[in-house]
Ligand binder design. Sequence first.
Ligand SMILES: CC(C)(COP(=O)(O)OP(=O)(O)OC[C@H]1O[C@@H](n2cnc3c(N)ncnc32)[C@H](O)[C@@H]1OP(=O)(O)O)[C@@H](O)C(=O)NCCC(=O)NCCS
Length: 162
Amino acid sequence: MGGKSVKKEKALAVEKAKISDAPQIHKLANHFAQKGVMLPRALSEIYENIRDFFVIRDKGKMVACVALHVYWSDLAEVRGLAVAEELQNQRLGAKLIKACLDEARELGIPQVFCLTYRASFFERQGFKRVDKSELPRKIWSECYRCPKFPDCDEVAMIYRVE
Ligand SMILES: CC(C)(COP(=O)(O)OP(=O)(O)OC[C@H]1O[C@@H](n2cnc3c(N)ncnc32)[C@H](O)[C@@H]1OP(=O)(O)O)[C@@H](O)C(=O)NCCC(=O)NCCS
């Protein structure tokens, strides 16, 4: 098995984010943004899109998060996926992705994409690599905020929701 060996599965539930989670989401996402593996997210943007977010809490403290951001009738994006280091490889990332895909199915959205440096993790969740040119222009609207712009080295991946 190529992926990192998964320690025991942590029995923590996925929940919809509450407004009180926003500072923790901001802290966790920007912790990994400083490591260059995620885009920095402004606290205002997190408050404005708080309904996009799912979180996992451990003893009341938010330890993992993800957002499903709807772009159009046929497309949504998984963004801001982050699991606190001490809880990685315990299937929390896989649970958060499943919550996003279930919500896309409930909403009737046929495709979910992501831009990532963790292609093999997303492959394990059923995503397929796709050429960036196949994604609609509007998804690039926030690229100017990326320190790497215009040299995007993230991998574009897509999940076709049955
Ligand atoms: C990437 C990340 C979200 C994965 O979450 P996680 O909870 O550690 O992963 P899980 O325990 O759910 O792993 C699920 C599967 O993916 C595999 N996997 C986990 N991390 C992986 C990685 N970096 N590369 C390849 N496979 C990986 C696991 O082995 C497991 O495989 P299995 O289904 O065969 O058992 C987490 O490591 C993280 O937050 N990293 C820092 C921020 C980041 O890179 N976010 C992604 C932005 S797009």
